[in-house]
Design a protein around this ligand. Structure first.
Ligand code: CP
Ligand code: CP
Length: 291
């Protein structure tokens, strides 16, 4: 059975195939047929992009969606995640897309229930479908990952996007630099070097900004001056290489992580990332059901 939990254990050939599949679905507008397959999206944390681009991917492939709302479900009566998934599987759901605040929530499910699980974000752990769409976006731009200088800037320690992306980009041959405030460094992330955005910006091919994950910590910090101190200001963007790109997984705190005038600037690929999210997720559904 194919789960999609983390890219960490995927071999690079498979990841390259998933990227090629996503680009092919995007170009050809032809999608695998998954009609009469039943799927449920279980989001226990808020989401706009991941939840709705999965839903778009499911509709484009003809899937039947069994809708679930955590707020009105029996989770509110104390039912566990395991019992919820077991229940929905019992009534015929064949695959689950799950976002949960608990790191590694999937450990309570895999090997216990015979059903594919797609990780749509676990706590501060991983966000593998965001990684895949980020890889698609970078590959479309540069045609390679080798020797690209990728600067990951901001709240590294709480970001599942940073954790997922840094690990896979390093394996694919990119050079990783973390440009993060001292208080948001992650000592477990040893695949990159640490410096300031000011130092890293002029050599970057990809400037990947992160959301400040304020709901995951109680740290008091100077949000008003964050942009000037650590974020992508227009002055810093002016020092980027002409062909370098700006990425952000979103949602964005405008004028905190990035000057809002840069969000739709010519070097920004932020909305391209969102577009690519649909095709990356079609590739994931195809992998789960057809390989
Ligand atoms: N990038 C991302 O995961 O966005 P959402 O939280 O809106 O799903
Ligand atoms: N959007 C998302 O799921 O990732 P972060 O919450 O880590 O930004």
């Amino acid at each position: 059975m194919n789960h999609f939990i983390s890219l960490e254990n995927f071999d690079l050939e498979l990841i390259k195939n998933l990227i090629d599949d996503a680009i092919s679905f995007k170009r050809k507008k032809a999608y695998p047929n998954l009609s009469n397959r039943y799927i449920s999206n279980l989001f226990f944390e808020n989401s706009t992009r991941t939840k709705l681009s999965f839903e778009m991917a499911e509709k484009k492939t003809g899937m039947e969606i069994i809708y679930f709302d955590a707020e009105t479900s029996s989770i509110k009566k104390g039912e566990s995640l395991y019992d919820t998934v077991k229940t929905l599987h019992s009534i015929g759901v064949e695959c689950f897309v799950i976002r949960h605040a608990q790191d590694k929530f999937y450990e309570s499910l895999i090997n216990k229930i015979d059903v594919p699980i797609i990780n749509a974000g676990d706590g501060c752990g991983d966000h593998p479908t965001q990684s895949l769409l980020d890889l698609v976006t970078i590959y479309e731009e540069f045609g390679t990952f080798k020797n690209l200088n990728v600067v990951i800037a901001g709240d590294v320690v709480h970001s599942r996007v940073a954790h997922s992306d840094a690990k896979i980009l390093k394996r694919l041959g990119s050079n990783i630099t973390f440009a993060t405030p001292e208080f948001w460094r992650d000592s477990s992330m040893t695949m990159g070097t640490y410096t300031s955005l000011d130092t890293a910006i002029s050599n970057a091919d990809v400037v990947m900004l992160l959301r400040n994950q304020n709901e995951r910590h109680s740290k008091q910090y100077d949000e008003k001056n964050f942009l000037e101190l650590y974020g992508l200001t227009k002055e810093r963007a002016d020092r980027m290489k002409p062909k370098a790109i700006i990425m952000h997984p979103a949602p964005i705190n405008r004028n905190v992580e990035i000057d809002e005038d840069l969000i739709e600037a010519s070097q920004s690929r932020i909305f391209t990332q969102m577009t690519n999210g649909v095709f990356a997720r079609i590739a994931v559904l195809n992998y789960v059901f057809n390989s």
